[in-house]
Write a protein of this length. Structure first.
Length: 455
C-alpha cells in the first residue's frame, strides 16, 4: 500500500481554477491529440499539409514488415476492493529517476533556493511564484519565444534524500522536455561546481598534458560555420612540451552541393531579379490572411496563439506589412482587446508582442495612440494578475514615451503616475527584477512624459 504523499498541492492561479489537477509529470506524459493542450500549434493550413505529409510517409513502401497491433487488457478488480484514483496533485511521490530527481546533502529549502536561482536566470519571458511553506514553485515560461508552458515544481524530503519533480499543467510536451532538461542540468552543475573546483585545484601540477595549447577547428563548408575550441593549461617553465601549439583542421564537404552552387552562380541576372520579386511577394500578407487571424481571435478559438505566432513572425520578417495590419481596423481592435481582456496569458502576451513590433514604426505608434487609445489600454494592464504581462505593459509604455505629448487629462496623469510608481516598487522587490526585461530608465521615461502632461 502506497505511503501518504508528501508532494504539496499547487498555488492557485486565477486562470487555472477548475482544472488544478490536470497535470503531467516530467517528460513521461503521453501527448494527447488535443490542440487545446498546446500553447502553440501550427495554423490550420500548415496542419493540413503536415498531416498529408505524415500520411504519405506512413504509406511508404519502406515498411517491409507488417505492422503489429498490441492490445492491452485491463485487470479486473472487484468493486469492493476498488479505490478512487487520487488526483495528480495528491498522488504518491514518485521515487524513480525518470519522474523525479534526487539531491544528496541538501534540504528541501536549499533545493528550492537553488532551483529558484536557476529559473531567474533561465529566461526573461517567465513568471514564477514561490510557496516557501510548501516548497513549491509555480509559473509560466515561454520556450523558443513562443511555446508557453505552465508548470509546477514540487520539492520534498524522502528518507535521507531531497527530491523534486516538474509537473506540466498545460503547454507543449516537447517544450516542457527541453525546459526540464535545461533547468535540471544547470541545477546539478551549480550544486557540484564547488566540488569540481576543489578537484581541479588538487590536480597534480606535473600532469603530462600540462602546457599544451590545443586548438580544434571544424569547418563545415555547407554552412561556413567555424567552431573553435581553445583549451589552455598552466605549465611549469621547464616543461619540455611548454609552448607547443597543435592545430587540427577538418573539412567536411560531404553535404556541400556543388552542382546547386554552380547552377545558382550561372543564372542570368533577370532570373535573380524575378526570384527576388517572388520572395518579396511571399513576404507580404493578404487581406484574406488578416481576416482569418481576426476571425480566430474574435472567437477566442483554440488556434488563437498559433495565429498570433504566424502574424508576429510575418511582421518581423517584413515590417512593411504593419501598414496592412493597422489598415484592418477590426483586427487591431481585436488584438488590443485580446491583450487587455483575454484570460489566457499566452494570448495576452502574443497580442503584446505584435503591438511591440508594430510600434517599431513611429507613424504607426501615433496612429495607435490617437485612434486606438493604446496608452490608456496599456495602463490598465498594470493590474494584470501576471507580472510578466505588467512588464510588457511598462516596456511598451516606455516605447510610447518617445512620441509627442500624450493627450490625457492632468488628473488622469497623476493617477497613472501613482499606479506606475506602485508597480515599480513591487517590481524592484520581485525575483525577476534583475533578469534584464525591464530597466529603471524605462520608468523614468514614463514619469518624464507624464510630467509634460502635468505642466
Amino acid at each position: 500500500m502506497a505511503a501518504e504523499s508528501n508532494v504539496p498541492s499547487n498555488i492557485a492561479w486565477e486562470d487555472d481554477k477548475g482544472n488544478k489537477d490536470e497535470v503531467s509529470r516530467g517528460v513521461t506524459a503521453v501527448l494527447q491529440a488535443n490542440p487545446a493542450s498546446h500553447s502553440f500549434a501550427a495554423p490550420q493550413s500548415m496542419q493540413k499539409q503536415a498531416a498529408q505529409t505524415s500520411v504519405n510517409s506512413f504509406n511508404s513502401k519502406s515498411y517491409k514488415q507488417p505492422l503489429q497491433i498490441i492490445t492491452l487488457e485491463v485487470d479486473e478488480v472487484s468493486s469492493k476492493d476498488a479505490k478512487p484514483a487520487a488526483p495528480a496533485s495528491m498522488a504518491p511521490a514518485p521515487t524513480n529517476d525518470i519522474q523525479s530527481y534526487a539531491v544528496k546533502g541538501q534540504t528541501p529549502e536549499q533545493v528550492l533556493s537553488g532551483l529558484t536561482a536557476v529559473l531567474v536566470n533561465y529566461s526573461q519571458d517567465m513568471d514564477i511564484r514561490l510557496d516557501k511553506s510548501k516548497n513549491v514553485i509555480e509559473g509560466v515560461v515561454f520556450i523558443e519565444n513562443y511555446y508557453g508552458v505552465k508548470f509546477r515544481i514540487n520539492i520534498w524530503k524522502q528518507d535521507d534524500l531531497t527530491r523534486f519533480e516538474l509537473l506540466r499543467n498545460s503547454g507543449d510536451a516537447l517544450a516542457t522536455s527541453k525546459f526540464l532538461g535545461d533547468i535540471k542540468t544547470k541545477f546539478f552543475i551549480d550544486t557540484s561546481e564547488q566540488n569540481d573546483a576543489n578537484a581541479a585545484a588538487a590536480a597534480a601540477p606535473d600532469t603530462p598534458t600540462a602546457g599544451y595549447n590545443m586548438v580544434s577547428l571544424s569547418l563545415d563548408a555547407n554552412s561556413l560555420d567555424l567552431k573553435l575550441l581553445f583549451v589552455s593549461a598552466a605549465a611549469a617553465p621547464d616543461t619540455p612540451t611548454a609552448g607547443y601549439n597543435m592545430v587540427s583542421l577538418s573539412l567536411d564537404a560531404n553535404s556541400l552541393d556543388l552542382k546547386l552552387l554552380f547552377r545558382q552562380l550561372s543564372k542570368p541576372a533577370a532570373d535573380l531579379v524575378d526570384e527576388k520579386a517572388a520572395a518579396d511577394e511571399a513576404e507580404n500578407i493578404s487581406a484574406k490572411e488578416l481576416d482569418d487571424v481576426h476571425e480566430v481571435l474574435s472567437s477566442n478559438g483554440q488556434e488563437s496563439v498559433s495565429e498570433l505566432q504566424f502574424l508576429h513572425e510575418r511582421l518581423k520578417e517584413n515590417g512593411a506589412i504593419g501598414k496592412n495590419i493597422v489598415s484592418h481596423e477590426q483586427l487591431v481592435k481585436t488584438i488590443i482587446a485580446g491583450a487587455m481582456k483575454n484570460q489566457d496569458v499566452c494570448v495576452a502576451r502574443g497580442c503584446l508582442l505584435i503591438l511591440e513590433q508594430l510600434c517599431e514604426d513611429d507613424k504607426i505608434v501615433l496612429l495607435l495612440v490617437e485612434q486606438y487609445a493604446l496608452f490608456e489600454n496599456l495602463v490598465t494592464l498594470l493590474r494584470h494578475s501576471y507580472a510578466l504581462i505588467r512588464n510588457y505593459s511598462v516596456r511598451l509604455l516606455a516605447r510610447l514615451s518617445t512620441q509627442n505629448k500624450w493627450n490625457i487629462k492632468k488628473d488622469n496623469a497623476q493617477s497613472i503616475e501613482q499606479l506606475v510608481k506602485e508597480y515599480q516598487s513591487e517590481w524592484q522587490k520581485s525575483l525577476l527584477a534583475n533578469n534584464g526585461f525591464l530597466k529603471a530608465s524605462m520608468f523614468d521615461d514614463i514619469y518624464a512624459k507624464l510630467a509634460e502632461t502635468n505642466q
